[in-house]
Design a binder for this molecule. Structure first.
Ligand code: TXA
Ligand code: MG
Length: 326
């Protein structure tokens, strides 16, 4: 069934039920090597799935659970259908009242975001139902969700925590709690959250990403591109701070929390409108802005620089997505 959480809608199955979890992979079209998060509400649930928390992990659960923090911990080996055969398991205690009450009754639930693999995560029940095209018998409508963006995924198996996926819980809060900077897995080399190597969060339309505005002339270049594309007969949507002439203009909120909440909804709605290209002005990659820019970079078909020269992939302080050609 599809359930609301405080981050995005999840496609949930009992973690112990290999067949039900297998159906989740099938319904999503998810690669078999991409493990799922197990959602829990009690310490007994962690024991049930054989999850072993280090002292650091336990301290973080006391500080941030329930909430949008997923911890990759040792264990889970008896649930290879959830962990994709790894010797670690991702666990999270959701803060959403319905999700928590359900898990209290059912026990641990494995749940990825309730979208077809590669598409934007659903932040309303209608988007989940539409994307999964009637393959799921029950969709629980929890309205618009609090965060609109997935949880932060942190590997806490080693001595130092490693960020596997930026998310709704800002990295700065985790660093303050740990009393030290946290490395991100992508900066270290090998990608350690299997899901992060796939193309992701992508609308059907092309997505052109511009650097964060401020002093840079990015908005001017964005406006020029919008005009040029429209003249070539393309249907263009723009998401930026200052108004730009386009078939559909969405004003980018000043608060990054609002951007996070709206981002996936806007991308899905613009796809429904049928535009060919979505031009998006970036925001500073701090706080939840780091996760917003991560998702936009992975969804982007083009990354545009402030000058007429194109951006160098990887130079922006965040990993770039599937393309960076002019
Ligand atoms: O907010 C969320 O996290 C939502 C809601 C439904 O809880 N769930 C979600 O799940 O975003 P999903 O499957 O879309 O993303 C889970 C991410 C993937 O990148 C996956 O590779 C990673 O977590 N992951 C899961 N288990 C892992 C493990 N044992 N080691 C490393 N990464 C893991
Ligand atoms: Mg997902």
């Amino acid at each position: 069934m599809v359930i609301p959480t405080e981050t995005v809608y999840g496609l949930a199955a009992p973690a112990h039920d290999a067949r039900a979890v297998g159906a989740v992979f099938q319904i999503k079209g998810r690669p078999q090597d991409n493990p799922l998060i197990v959602h829990v509400t009690r310490a007994a649930h962690l024991d049930e799935i054989g999850a072993v928390l280090s002292p650091v992990a336990s301290a973080l659960t006391r500080r941030f659970w329930p909430g949008p923090l997923t911890l990759v911990v040792a264990g889970g080996t008896e649930l290879p259908w959830v962990t994709a055969g790894l010797d670690s398991v991702a666990v999270r205690h959701p803060a959403h009242a319905f999700a928590a009450a359900l898990i209290d009754r059912t026990g641990p639930l494995a749940a990825p975001s309730a979208n077809r693999s590669g598409r934007p995560s659903p932040t309303c029940a209608r988007h989940a139902a539409r994307d999964l095209e009637g393959r799921v018998p029950l969709v629980v409508d929890g309205g618009q969700l609090e965060h609109g963006l997935e949880s932060t995924v942190l590997d806490v198996r080693g001595e130092l925590p490693v960020l596997l996926r930026p998310g709704a819980l800002p990295l700065e809060l985790l660093e303050a709690a740990c009393g030290r900077p946290i490395q991100s897995a992508t900066a270290q080399g090998p990608v350690r959250a299997p899901g992060m190597k796939y193309r992701h969060y992508s609308p059907r339309a092309e997505l052109w990403l511009y650097p964060a505005g401020g002093a840079s002339p990015a908005p001017a270049r964005l406006a020029r591109d919008a005009q040029r594309l429209a003249r070539a007969g393309r249907r263009v949507a723009v998401l930026a701070h200052d108004a730009v002439a386009a078939e559909r203009f969405i004003a980018m909120p000043a608060d990054p929390v609002e951007v996070a909440r709206g981002l996936f909804r806007w991308l899905v709605e613009l796809d429904e409108l049928g535009v060919d290209a979505i031009l998006v002005e970036g925001i500073p990659a701090t706080g939840v802005g780091l996760a917003v820019m991560d998702r936009l970079s992975r969804a982007a078909t083009r990354v545009r620089a402030t000058t007429e020269m194109e951006a160098v992939p990887g130079a922006g302080g965040f990993e770039l997505g599937r393309g960076s050609q002019p």
